[in-house]
Design a protein around this ligand. Structure first.
Ligand code: FAD
Length: 306
């Protein structure tokens, strides 16, 4: 129930605009590395001592063409700074297509593809890769179509699949071929039962079925979860399919289970941290609060004790 309210707030343009217009709340810092590229680089430098990073310039549901273009420019700057800082071998970028034009009223897919292509070209020049985030189920076909188009020139472009969607096991089969990079997550959006599993146990069972397909496949599975049981299963399946630590990644969010991230890295596993930064942090932050009621209590307590 609380999760649904938070997810609805996350999609509300009015609430978002009001909250983001205020000062950057230090509480948000737990999940968001800051608002500027310098903030992001400082956090990246600390993490890359033992882990890899995928960095997200925050933004979503953009209905304004100029803002979509500004997002491309922000990624160009970020990628240039990563290259200049000698970080491109440990840091890639993640992008949301709805920040690049996918939510525009006219020519949405064409503009999102063109914008994503420009980011891929900048990433190639910097010597790194791009993974395209997955948003709610109404965008899945469009997003996978755009990833397919991008992969013609940039076969290293990564896709994200959400175990909560009923279609995902089949999508895993389509995408498990040679050279593919697939990040598997549970899914952060409130989805209807017609298209999604709605109980935790069903989502977890779907996650395991999808993992089996990806681990048996020929691509690079990127196992995005903080769930210790699923991480253990991923490690078991990797061993079962003869995958060395170099042939899959464990991925977690900035600020979530950081000690576990470092412990897994110390065991010699490839651990990548999803690190968001930027002024448009509200939707992302709300989804993180919704994932764990304790986060909400922590947030509320901190506000009350200021
Ligand atoms: P859960 O069952 O939610 O959590 C397992 C345990 O992890 C919890 O018990 C808790 O200890 C810890 N935990 C999980 N979340 C939190 C939190 N917010 N705060 C504190 N502790 C927490 N979703 C999408 O829909 N599209 C994407 O493109 C996408 N990209 C992602 C990329 C990465 C690298 C990761 C890690 C997640 C991504 N997600 C994405 C979010 C994902 O779908 C889940 O919403 C999120 O990861 C929580 O699910 P979980 O697998 O960690 O399992």
């Amino acid at each position: 129930m609380i999760r649904n309210v938070l997810l609805a707030a996350a999609r509300s343009r009015a609430v978002r605009a009001a909250v983001e217009a205020g000062p950057f709340d230090p509480l948000v810092n737990r999940f968001v590395a800051g608002t500027t590229v310098d903030d992001a680089l400082a956090a990246i430098r600390a993490i890359t001592t033992d882990r890899l990073v995928t960095v997200d310039h925050l933004g979503e549901d953009t209905t304004d063409r100029a803002r979509a273009e500004a997002t491309v420019d922000a990624y160009r700057l970020l990628l240039q700074r990563l290259a200049d800082g000698g970080l491109a071998d440990r840091v890639e970028v993640s992008v949301k297509l709805s920040a690049l034009g996918q939510a525009l009223p006219v020519d949405a897919d064409k503009i999102a593809l063109e914008s994503a292509r420009q980011i891929c070209e900048a990433a190639a020049a910097a010597g790194t890769t791009v993974t395209v985030d997955m948003e709610d189920h109404t965008t899945t076909d469009s997003t996978l179509g755009i990833v397919r188009d991008l992969r013609v020139d940039h076969p290293w472009v990564g896709a994200v699949l959400q175990a909560q969607l009923r279609r995902t096991e089949a999508d895993c089969r389509d995408l498990a071929g040679p050279g593919s990079r697939v990040r598997l997550c549970k899914g952060a959006y409130d989805e209807p039962a017609a298209v999604a599993f709605t109980s935790r146990s069903e989502v977890d069972r779907s996650y395991v079925r999808c993992l089996k397909v990806l681990m048996a496949g020929e691509g690079l599975p990127m196992v995005a979860t903080h769930d210790p049981r699923l991480i253990d299963i991923a490690r078991f399946l990797a061993g079962h399919h003869g995958r060395s630590a170099a042939r899959y990644e464990l991925q977690m969010l900035y600020g979530v289970r950081p000690r576990a991230q470092s412990e897994l890295a110390a065991e010699g596993l490839r651990v990548r941290v999803y690190l968001p930064y930027g002024t448009e942090w509200f939707g992302y932050f709300m989804r993180r609060l919704g994932e764990r009621p304790a986060n909400l209590a922590f947030f509320a307590r901190s506000l009350l004790t200021r």
